[in-house]
Design a protein around this ligand. Sequence first.
Ligand code: SF4
Ligand code: SF4
Ligand code: SF4
Length: 248
Amino acid sequence: MKPKIAFFDFTSCEGCQLTVVDSLQTNVGLLDMVEIVQFREAMTEKGTDYQIAFVEGSCTRESDEDRLRAIREQADVVVALGACAHLGGINAIRNIYSIDEVRDEVYGDKGEWYETYQPRPIDAVIAVDAVIPGCPIDRDEFIAVVTQVLQGREPRIPDHPVCIECKLNETVCMYLRGEICLGPISRAGCGAICPKYGFGCVGCRGMISNPNLESMEEVLEQYGRTLEEARAKMSMFLTYQTLEEGES
Ligand code: SF4
Ligand code: SF4
Ligand code: SF4
């Protein structure tokens, strides 16, 4: 019997699901190995019997928690798909404001009509077995992780900094070009694509397990940049983690 797979979306732009559709078009062999029972972006069926769940998007409402727990209860393996699910991501930028301020700003005097709370990654609510990082995810990494899960292996994602891939690309460092880059502390696996095209890394794949923050500070100092500037870069994808760290 083929393993049954389901895809779920929470608060997200659905770009990671689109990347999945895209990667399946060129890896059709995978479709022979699994049965997809639920995938709103690609089919209308909504099967509830599955072993592997891919979850895209952040948890942004209390009612999301019940849905996440139901998915966790059903699935043997839960995989966080993309930065929104993995990190809280862009949705969590607003966590620097109180929920009342956010409601007022977005909904005005109708704030109470809409359910919302501080966005968070899905592992703040349920146990997660694997992560496919990035905004959006990398199509080849998606196929690699699915293959490893199907083989019963623990998925392996890179745990070294973006700088290593960047050096291999022989890209001129963004610091030498007068820009800040989070490459020294961010998880590789994207081929250091942002510096390659002239943008500093903003850490969409999250931080490596043991980021050398002291060295990062030294680099900032060496190039006359400040920790505040680096924190501003980190706010795009790592606000949830930064705030949690501040509280612990
Ligand atoms: S991680 Fe990025 S591409 Fe994926 S759903 Fe979130 S915002 Fe969209
Ligand atoms: S700091 Fe950024 S641009 Fe410089 S080597 Fe590292 S990843 Fe590349
Ligand atoms: S360079 Fe940084 S921001 Fe760009 S894709 Fe890689 S991890 Fe994400």
